[in-house]
Design a protein around this ligand. Structure first.
Ligand SMILES: [Fe+2]
Length: 409
């Protein structure tokens, strides 16, 4: 048994295939034996691309809803690059905006295949940047294990083409990339991302009142960093998506829960080396239990796979942790959401989860951002609740999101 299998007991009730159970420990063993586990350090950034002309609007949304603030900016030959920081902690949130409205690359090509993604063809979550003790060695080992990497010269996005980054091929199973670097990303200027970019007077003037609102409501003391990143994939590719990700990082499979009501499962991978989840957020994969084409035979719902068919395999939401406690006589998450609703941020249905006398979880999904196409989730763990969801919560959230994500004919 691998060290990771011994160290962490599996949670959840979702049954995996014989293939999955056979290869999960083999993947852990290969990671240890090949030296990969020793090379990985941690997640340093998440990268999101928006359409041309949308970064300021997205920044304004983030300034109201999250603790992320502009830290440094650069202009590369293809993109404006906005590096946002959360109280000087990892991971950064990096926003890329193409300089031209006609910009297109492999991400645009993927988006063009899906009816709702094509509407914002460059709005897409790209992937995470992981620090390695030796990124080149990491890529060399992974290449010997049939993981493919992009040739820097062939990458159109000049941020990703940076010689300090090694970028995987887009995953067949998630459309996400995994990016490796030797850098701790502390000295950003040394990475030669591009010419320095400052926010203009007009941009600062647009952001200041939103930042003021965030502080006026005291949200900076209540909303912490990224708790998890959730990707939606097809039913038949759930195990591939998880196992491929586990081949490429030092994460481990924490467990999976079957959500019968939604005909789906939620599968969680975590970094074993961080004491605080927010320093290397969990990676969640969600998939239907049965594919869409048998839906009318079994009469089962299909919200997760409907999303994938409409938007493509992609990151579905970024979840932020809300401090456990109460403010003005209500749970912090109720308070946070009520203030955001006052500021016209739309949410999908109401907050769910009881959070009474026993450890429990309260959660809510925002509507997806018109700029990133990502949903923002808020999560409050009451009385030391240790998990990522409850079955009732996830069933409800998935259904609510499904209603909103339907194709509009
Ligand atoms: Fe979530």
């Amino acid at each position: 048994m691998s060290k990771i299998s011994e160290k962490f007991q599996r949670t959840g009730d979702k049954e995996n295939s014989k293939f999955f159970e056979e290869y999960l420990p083999k993947i852990y063993d290969r990671r240890e034996a090949s030296g990969l586990d020793d090379l990985f350090i941690g997640m340093r950034a998440v990268v999101v691309q928006v359409d041309h002309g949308e970064s300021l609007k997205y920044l304004m949304e983030l300034y109201l809803m999250t603790p992320y603030r502009f830290y440094k900016g650069y202009v590369s030959s293809t993109h404006k690059v906005y590096i946002l920081q959360n109280k000087s902690d990892y991971p950064y949130l990096i926003i890329l905006e193409p300089l031209s409205k006609d910009y297109s690359d492999q991400f645009t090509a993927i988006d063009s295949l899906y009816p709702r993604a094509a509407e914002k063809a460059n709005a897409r979550y790209i992937g995470e940047i992981y620090q390695s003790k030796n990124a080149r060695e990491t890529a060399k080992i992974l290449s010997s294990q049939e993981i493919r990497f992009q040739d820097t010269a062939g990458i159109k996005n000049s941020f990703l083409a940076n010689k300090n980054f090694i970028v995987s091929d887009l995953s067949y199973f998630t459309n996400n990339a995994v990016i490796y670097t030797n850098s701790d990303l502390l000295n950003l200027d040394s990475l030669a991302i591009g010419e320095p970019l400052s926010l203009t007077k007009e941009e600062l003037a647009a952001l200041a009142p939103v930042d003021d609102l965030h502080r006026k409501y005291g949200l900076e003391k209540l909303v912490f960093g990224i708790d998890h990143l959730a990707t939606r994939v097809f039913a038949g590719e759930r195990e591939d998506a998880i196992l491929e990700f586990l081949c490429m990082t030092n994460y481990y499979f924490w467990g999976a829960y079957n959500i019968e009501d939604s005909n789906s499962s939620t599968n969680i991978c975590r970094n074993p080396n961080v004491s605080y989840e927010l320093h290397s957020p969990a990676k969640v994969f969600t998939a239907n239990n049965t594919p869409f084409y048998v839906k009318t035979i079994d009469n089962l719902p299909s919200p997760t796979e409907d999303f994938v068919r409409n938007m493509g395999k992609r990151l579905h939401h970024i979840a932020y942790e809300v401090e456990d406690g109460e403010k003005d006589g209500e749970k912090n998450i109720d308070y946070v959401v009520s203030k955001l609703v006052e500021e016209n941020i739309p949410f999908l249905a109401q907050i769910i989860g009881e959070c009474k006398d026993v450890p429990d979880l309260k959660q809510i999904f925002s509507k997806s951002s018109p700029h990133s196409l990502l949903i923002t989730e808020y999560v409050q763990r009451c009385k030391g609740f240790a998990g990522f969801f409850t079955k009732t919560n996830v069933g409800y959230l998935t259904k609510a999101a499904g209603e909103d994500e339907k194709l509009k004919h």
